[in-house]
Design a binder for this molecule. Structure first.
Ligand code: GLV
Ligand code: MN
Ligand code: MN
Length: 579
C-alpha cells in the first residue's frame, strides 16, 4: 500500500508508476492527473482519473476498454493477466470454472466481442461465477452505445476498488472523506438533501454498496433499500452483531447525521480484514434507507423493515408530488412485496449498536470526544391541518375572518408555551405551509407539523394531550376546523446496561479517560426501533460548531472520527460470544 501523502509528493513519473495497475495496462490516466496534485482524498484522485478518461479521445477510451482481458480467459494458455485482474478473477471464482461454465463463458465472451468490438468489462468484486455469467448474458443483449457507456462505468468502479486496495489513509480522514463524497449526491444543487428513493438516494446506496464490497463484505440491498454488508469468516458463528444507521437526510442537512454510523464501521472493518483479523461472530453493517420521514412523513422505514414492523399502510403514503411510496419503490427497482422477508431473525442477534454524531453540545462543552448514550427520548409527531375560510384580503372585515394561518400561529405558540420550562420536554413546529397561499387571499388552509419529545413518555404524552386540547379551543374560538393526524409515536428507550458498560470500557481503553460521560439522546435513532428486538447500545461522537445539527454546519473532526473508530474496533474485538 502507499499513503496518499506519498502519492502527492512523488515525482510525476513515479506517481504514475505507482498507479499503473489502477486502469488496466494504461498509464496515460495517471500521467494526466499527476499535475493536479495534491489530492485531498483517494476519492478526489479517483474522480480526477475518471474525468481524464471521460475527456480522452474516443479511440483512447476504446483502447482502454480493449486493454481488459476476457473474463476467465486465463484458462487458455498464453494469455497473460495483470496481477490485479488475476486477483479479481480468482476472488470471483473465475479460475475454477467447471468445463460447462468455461464453455458458456467462452461462447458468451466471443458473442459479446463480435457484437461490440471490445471485451465484456465487469467489476467482479463481490460476485461469483453464476452472477458474472448472468451479467454477461444480460449485457450481450444491450445496444452498442449502452455497452460502451457501461464498460467505462465498470472501468471507473474497478479503478475505485483497486485504489481502495492500494491507497492507505488515516482512519479518521478516510471517514470524513467518505462523508464528503456522499454529500456530493444531493436532491438539490445546493447543500445536502437526500430523501427516500430520489436519484441521489439511490446513487448513495450504490456508493455504500461499492464501499462495502471494497471492504470485503458480502453485500445486498433489501426490499426497502437498506444496504447490507456482512462479514462472516468461515469459522464464525451465525450469531450476528448488527451495526449501522441511516443514509437519508433532512433537507439541507449536515453530512454526518446517520452516515457516520455506516461509514465508520465500513472503514474499521476494511482495516481489520486487511490486517487479517477474524471475528468469532457475524457482523452486519447496515445503511438504513430511511429514518428522517422527510418525503413520505413516515419514519424509520429501514429499521422497521429489519424488525418486521414495517406498516404496509405506509406504502400508500404520498409525497408532495402525489407519488405513492409503492410507486417510488417500484420505480427504484425495489419490490415492496419482499419487505416482510427482509426482517431479521431476533434469535440470531447478539445486539445492535449505532455510532452517531451527538447532534448537540454536551460532549463539546465537556471537552469529551466520545460518550455513551444512556437512553433515547420518545417522540410524537403529528401533521395538523387547519381549515378556515378563504376570502379577499381587501374586503373581508377583520372580525368576520376565519383565518387558518392566524389559528396556526396560535397553535405554534401553544406548543412553545406548553413545552417550555419543563426540563426534558421539547416541542417543535418544523413545517408550516399555506397551500396555494397568496398575498391578497385570506388563508383558508394551513398545514403544520408538531413534534413533541421528552425523556419520559408520560411527560411527552401529557404535553401532547394538552396542546391538542388547547388547539380545540383555538379552533372553536376562531371557528376553524383543526385536525390532528399522528404520524409517529415511538416510546423512549433505555440503552442496555451491558452495552453501555462495553462502550464505556472501550472508550476508556482508547482515550485513557477514567470517567466516561453518559448522556441521553434527545434525537431519535434507528437504535430505538432495533431495541424492540435486541440488546441495543449507542456511541456518541462529539459534534463541532457549537453542537449544531440538521444543518449544513454540522461537523465532526477527523481526530474524533479516528478515536471513535478505535473505540468501535475495540468494541468489536472485545464482544464476547455467549454460549
Ligand atoms: C431524527 O433525526 C430525529 O430525531 O428526528
Ligand atoms: Mn436526523
Ligand atoms: Mn440520525
Amino acid at each position: 500500500m502507499i499513503s496518499l501523502h506519498e502519492l502527492n509528493s512523488l515525482p510525476a513519473a513515479q506517481f504514475a508508476a505507482a498507479l499503473s495497475g489502477v486502469f488496466e495496462r494504461t498509464n496515460w490516466v495517471a500521467e494526466r492527473v499527476a499535475a493536479l496534485r495534491p489530492f485531498r482524498s483517494r476519492f478526489e484522485l479517483h474522480r480526477a482519473m475518471c474525468a481524464a478518461v471521460e475527456q480522452a479521445a474516443a479511440d483512447e477510451q476504446l483502447a482502454l476498454v480493449r486493454a481488459h482481458p476476457e473474463l476467465a480467459a486465463q484458462q487458455r494458455p498464453g494469455t497473460g493477466l495483470t496481477p490485479e485482474s488475476t486477483r479479481e478473477q480468482r476472488a470471483a471464482g473465475l479460475t475454477t470454472c467447471t468445463p460447462e461454465e468455461f464453455s458458456r463463458l467462452t461462447h458468451l465472451n466471443a458473442a459479446y466481442a463480435k457484437k461490440f468490438g471490445f471485451p465484456f468489462v465487469f467489476a467482479v468484486r463481490g460476485h461469483d461465477r453464476a452472477a458474472v455469467i448472468a451479467a454477461l448474458e444480460r449485457r450481450v443483449a444491450n445496444t452498442h452505445e449502452h455497452e460502451r457507456g457501461q464498460a467505462l462505468h465498470e472501468i471507473g468502479r474497478i479503478a475505485a476498488f483497486r485504489l481502495a486496495d492500494l491507497v492507505d489513509e488515516p482512519l479518521g480522514s478516510a471517514i470524513i472523506a467518505m462523508a464528503d463524497e456522499l454529500a456530493r449526491l444531493s436532491d438539490r444543487p445546493q447543500g445536502l438533501s437526500c430523501s427516500y428513493l430520489t436519484p441521489a438516494h439511490r446513487a448513495t446506496a450504490a456508493r455504500l454498496a461499492d464501499w462495502m464490497l471494497a471492504a470485503g463484505l458480502e453485500v445486498e440491498i433489501d426490499a426497502v433499500g437498506n444496504v447490507i454488508g456482512r462479514w462472516r469468516d468461515s469459522t464464525a458463528s451465525e450469531r450476528t452483531l448488527v451495526t449501522g444507521s441511516h443514509y437519508d437526510t433532512v433537507s439541507d442537512a449536515g453530512r454526518f447525521d446517520g452516515r457516520l454510523g455506516i461509514l465508520l464501521p465500513i472503514a474499521v472493518v476494511s482495516r481489520l480484514r486487511r490486517a487479517g483479523a477474524r471475528l468469532p461472530y457475524t457482523l452486519t453493517i447496515v445503511g438504513f434507507a430511511e429514518e428522517e420521514g422527510v418525503r413520505f412523513k413516515s419514519t424509520f422505514l429501514g429499521s422497521r423493515t429489519f424488525t418486521g414492523r414495517f406498516d404496509p399502510a405506509a406504502l400508500d403514503c404520498r409525497d408532495a408530488d402525489g407519488i405513492t411510496m409503492r410507486q417510488a419503490m417500484v420505480a427504484a427497482g425495489l419490490d415492496p412485496a419482499g419487505i416482510p422477508a427482509a426482517a431479521l431473525d431476533p434469535r440470531k442477534l447478539l445486539g445492535f449498536v449505532e455510532v452517531h454524531i451527538e447532534q448537540g453540545p454536551v460532549l463539546l462543552n465537556a471537552a469529551a470526544p466520545l460518550g455513551v448514550v444512556s437512553s433515547i427520548a420518545g417522540s410524537l409527531r403529528s401533521l395538523v391541518s387547519i381549515t378556515g375560510l378563504a376570502g379577499h384580503a381587501g374586503t373581508v372585515p377583520m372580525p368576520l375572518r376565519h383565518d387558518a394561518a392566524a389559528a396556526a400561529a396560535e397553535v405554534v405558540l401553544a406548543v412553545e408555551k406548553r413545552c417550555s420550562g419543563t426540563p426534558g420536554l421539547v416541542g417543535t413546529v418544523g413545517e408550516l405551509q399555506i397551500p396555494g397561499g397568496a398575498a391578497n387571499v385570506i388563508p383558508g388552509r394551513c398545514e403544520l407539523s408538531v413534534d413533541i419529545r421528552a425523556d419520559r413518555d408520560e411527560l411527552r404524552d401529557a404535553a401532547y394531550a394538552s396542546v391538542v386540547a388547547e388547539s380545540e379551543s383555538i379552533g372553536a374560538r376562531r371557528q376553524v376546523a383543526i385536525e390532528w393526524r399522528k404520524v409517529l409515536d415511538v416510546a423512549g428507550v433505555r440503552c442496555s446496561s451491558a452495552m453501555q458498560q462495553r462502550w464505556a470500557e472501550s472508550i476508556g481503553r482508547v482515550t485513557g479517560a477514567t470517567e466516561v460521560l453518559r448522556l441521553p439522546s434527545g434525537a431519535g435513532h434507528d437504535a430505538m426501533v432495533m431495541a424492540q428486538i435486541t440488546d441495543m447500545g449507542m456511541l456518541f461522537v462529539r459534534c463541532g460548531n457549537g453542537g449544531i445539527s440538521h444543518h449544513p454546519a454540522e461537523t465532526v473532526s477527523a481526530e474524533d472520527a479516528e478515536l471513535a473508530a478505535h473505540a468501535f474496533r475495540d468494541f468489536l474485538l472485545n464482544l464476547p460470544l455467549p454460549p
